[in-house]
Write a protein that binds this ligand. Sequence first.
Ligand SMILES: NC(=O)c1ccc[n+]([C@@H]2O[C@H](COP(=O)([O-])OP(=O)(O)OC[C@H]3O[C@@H](n4cnc5c(N)ncnc54)[C@H](OP(=O)(O)O)[C@@H]3O)[C@@H](O)[C@H]2O)c1
Length: 333
Amino acid sequence: MTTSREIRLKSRPVGTPVADNFELATVELPAPGAGEVQVRNHWMTVDPYMRGRMNDVKSYSPPFALGEAMQGGAVGEVIASNDPSLAVGDLVQSMYGWREAFNAPAGAVQKLDTFGLPPQAFLGVAGMPGMTAWVGLLKIAALKDGDVVFVSGAAGAVGQIVVQIAKIKGNTVIGSCGGADKVAYLKSIGCDEVIDYKAEPDLTAALNRVAPKGIDVYFENVGGEHMDAAIAAARPFARFALCGMISQYNATGEMYGVKNLIQAVGKSLRLEGFIVSNSFQHLPEFLKDMSGWIQGGQIQWKETIDEGIENAPGAFLKLFKGENTGKMLVKLS
Ligand SMILES: NC(=O)c1ccc[n+]([C@@H]2O[C@H](COP(=O)([O-])OP(=O)(O)OC[C@H]3O[C@@H](n4cnc5c(N)ncnc54)[C@H](OP(=O)(O)O)[C@@H]3O)[C@@H](O)[C@H]2O)c1
């Protein structure tokens, strides 16, 4: 038997989640059955979309079940195998996060070739968040030469990669974030202008100041007043990649209503939402670009790391308090 601890959803949050919505449980894992492997996780990710899965509503991703271990991306090592496709010591990626160890059919985990990158990079820059940045900017917003790009949540997992892809492509980039340390980080990775929305809450005025000629692309991570400001600053035919709206995820009453959407008509704006998993056909192209950029030193990234499964709920809650810079991760062993 292998002892593992896991985080279960104890109750559904109303508004911002609290520690009491989660519970830590201990389970004993038997040896893996035929066709199964046993994996010890080294890393797990916490992501904003998991907040939506805590609600009992129909969405693109099913709700987490009460009283059961939550799910999410993880990277770990095979510690016992009862399937010829995987051997003890193999590094694997899975959706069995929020737990220290698990048994699963061998086909439910993917063997990971890290190409020399640290394994947790496949939960960030070389994984789902990195691909979200790549898809949103290059496929959804269809970035062109000369575009001025505005990205909100710019110092987060997705945002930090959007900024750098836009710079690699030779574009002007404006980022928004909360706090002086994040402003300094964004400048260090080449962001041309940075708005600290906490210090300068009139976002429309702030964007007008740093982009007096307007913007051509808006990469939306935050929602609310950021969207009003982006629409106000948009040039005719600007494209908006609607990636996420984290400022609204914990709303209890009515969500923020965009005030100037009418301008989308006169300016012929294109606003397009997207979910990265609908673009997985681009995975090989993304990995080719990203591995080349990383090897060429053109992309760097930050991680904020908490340790221990018992601290995973706290790491998740940091996303909503802006306490992460770059990818928020939990180290498990
Ligand atoms: N469409 C897709 O397929 C897809 C895939 C991945 C992620 N996403 C979305 O992309 C966005 C970024 O995700 P991520 O994983 O990169 O997270 P992240 O940016 O690393 O972390 C969340 C950040 O959001 C900011 N934030 C939190 N509450 C806020 C509020 N009320 N107002 C303004 N900013 C707030 C904080 O940064 P500050 O300190 O700067 O405020 C915080 O650090 C999220 O909206 C997420 O849902 C979408």
